[in-house]
Design a protein around this ligand. Structure first.
Ligand SMILES: [Fe+2]
Length: 147
């Protein structure tokens, strides 16, 4: 898989994660809702930071295939059914969904980090992102224990 595609998947995961925390915030008491909103903002900042790397790669790579560009295009239909799915989930299901997403993100960023030279801008970014996702995962696990 090409780096560009990986980054596109990472961006999709982050957008989904932000939606999940938004839903959790809507269904939770104020204290938990506040934390969920902070996480939502963090996931959205991940989208921007990863997109910046993705765009810098695109500038250097003039040979993107049509397949890759199609992958990068937003898929409205999938987005809509995902939104509906989230709307029907209980708090526990939402937290479980968030947990799965965080695990996948940590795995993905740990892999992406290995592609770059230690100390480079990209390696540092993915290391930070993985650490933030780990923080999210611990919080989600704590909440699940209480449900
Ligand atoms: Fe996260």
């Amino acid at each position: 898989m090409k780096l560009y595609e990986w980054l596109q998947i990472a961006i999709g995961n982050e957008v989904e994660a932000a939606d999940v925390y938004d839903r959790i915030a809507q269904k939770s008491e104020p204290e938990i809702a506040g934390i969920a909103r902070v996480f939502m903002e963090e996931e959205l900042s991940h989208v921007e930071r990863i997109a910046a790397i993705k765009n810098s790669i695109r500038e250097f790579d003039g040979e993107l295939s049509a397949d890759m560009l199609a992958l990068a295009a937003p898929n409205d239909k999938t987005k809509q059914s995902f939104d509906e799915e989230l709307g029907f989930m209980s708090r526990k299901e939402l937290f479980l969904f968030a947990l799965k997403g965080e695990r996948e993100s940590i795995e993905l960023y740990s892999e992406l980090e290995k592609l770059f030279e230690k100390g480079s801008q990209e390696q540092t970014l993915f290391e930070k992102l993985a650490a933030e996702e780990q923080k999210h995962m611990f919080f989600v696990l704590q909440q699940l224990q209480g449900l």
